[in-house]
Design a protein around this ligand. Structure first.
Ligand code: TXA
Ligand code: MG
Length: 324
């Protein structure tokens, strides 16, 4: 069944109020955050939470992140707030850091995928926090269909979810363009569950403890899938020298490949190219839009130049985007 998806503007007070009213009424509203757009539903409303899973085709055991607008909204949802979490909240919130806590009794297991922990973050956009102070806390997975590319602008949300959700609150392009870092404070040593804009060393410095970054994020959390962030077009990663070699062979005759590269490479027509920034954060911010743009070129393959191994959050997304 399709529903009409309305587009609201984050800048308009009347639209912000309308989005809050929709959320309070159990409707689904895609909201902009500094990372990616999230598909928000009231965290108090179980049928709205179920509708989020249905709209995204998301398996029901994949836990959701609770988004709060003020620090005062935290204590109702978590069993305790460790000292390290207080330090991180002070330094990193509002911002792209999701923390895993022991959940408070009574928190819906729909949010936590049946786990005894809950993920929480406070997004870094004053207007969105204002919305959350009107609507109350929301769950907000990335506003994409299951396994697909996360949206970093309202149009990308519409491309995937038009007709499946009630509204999109358009706040323009997401500044960071890549999902939050997830840190698990419920086990020792503290671990990163998803690499993101906050790097492990920075977090370790704040809490004065070691923070592990597993080279493979294979911790058994539903939602942590090898195939994720996938463009429609088959994508593959190549080291620069491999790519140069492939280009020298394919050049002139191959028009059905688009190359995503960040170093200087001579790529001649009819082969297509998308030039990425060669700086880590800038590259990360461009990644999902570049993959979506590559899809729009309707080539048969995307060849991606492998970024440096220590760009962990970028490598994580790319290896899942390329997984077959
Ligand atoms: O930047 C972000 O975090 C974005 C924006 C919208 O805020 N949200 C986002 O949500 O990326 P989603 O649902 O696409 O990713 C949530 C991730 C999943 O991999 C899920 O497994 C993990 O968070 N997660 C949620 N609750 C968890 C828990 N209790 N324990 C471990 N992992 C959890
Ligand atoms: Mg996601």
């Amino acid at each position: 069944m399709t529903i009409e998806t309305i587009i609201l503007s984050l800048e308009l007070d009347s639209d912000l109020e309308r989005a809050a009213a929709l959320l309070k009424a159990g409707k689904l509203v895609a909201i902009p955050t500094e990372t990616v757009y999230g598909l928000a539903a009231s965290a108090y409303n179980e049928s709205a939470i179920n509708a989020v899973f249905a709209a995204k085709n998301r398996p029901s055991d994949h836990p959701l992140i609770l988004h709060i607008g003020q620090i005062e909204q935290l204590s109702a949802w978590v069993a305790d707030i460790p000292a390290a979490a207080e330090q991180l909240a002070q330094q990193c919130w509002p911002g792209p850091l999701t923390m895993i806590f022991a959940k408070a009794p009574g928190v819906s297991s729909l949010i936590t995928g049946g786990r005894d922990t809950i993920a929480v973050r406070m997004p870094d956009n004053a207007r969105v926090r204002q919305l959350l102070s009107f609507s109350g806390p929301v769950v907000a997975p990335s506003a994409n269909l299951h396994k697909k590319i996360s949206p970093t602008c309202a149009q990308q949300v519409m491309d995937g979810l038009n007709g499946r959700i009630d509204a999109v609150l358009d706040g323009g392009d997401c500044q960071l363009g890549l999902e939050s870092t997830i840190i698990d404070l419920t086990r020792q040593p503290v671990q990163i569950l998803r690499a993101g804009p906050f790097y492990p060393q920075h977090l370790a410095d704040i809490i004065g403890q070691e923070v592990l970054l597993p080279s493979q994020h294979n911790i058994a959390v539903a939602g942590n899938m090898p195939a994720h962030y996938q463009p429609e077009t088959q994508a593959s990663l190549f080291a620069r020298n491999e790519l140069v070699e492939k280009l020298s062979k394919a050049e002139q005759k191959n028009s059905s490949v688009v190359v995503l590269h960040f170093s200087e490479l001579a790529i001649n027509q009819p082969m297509q190219a998308i030039k990425m920034a060669n700086q880590r954060q800038k590259y990360a911010s461009q990644l999902y839009q570049a993959l979506a743009q590559a899809d729009r070129l309707h080539c048969t393959e995307i060849w991606i130049e492998q970024p440096p191994a220590d760009w962990h959050e970028v490598i994580d997304r790319l290896s899942r985007a390329c997984f077959r």
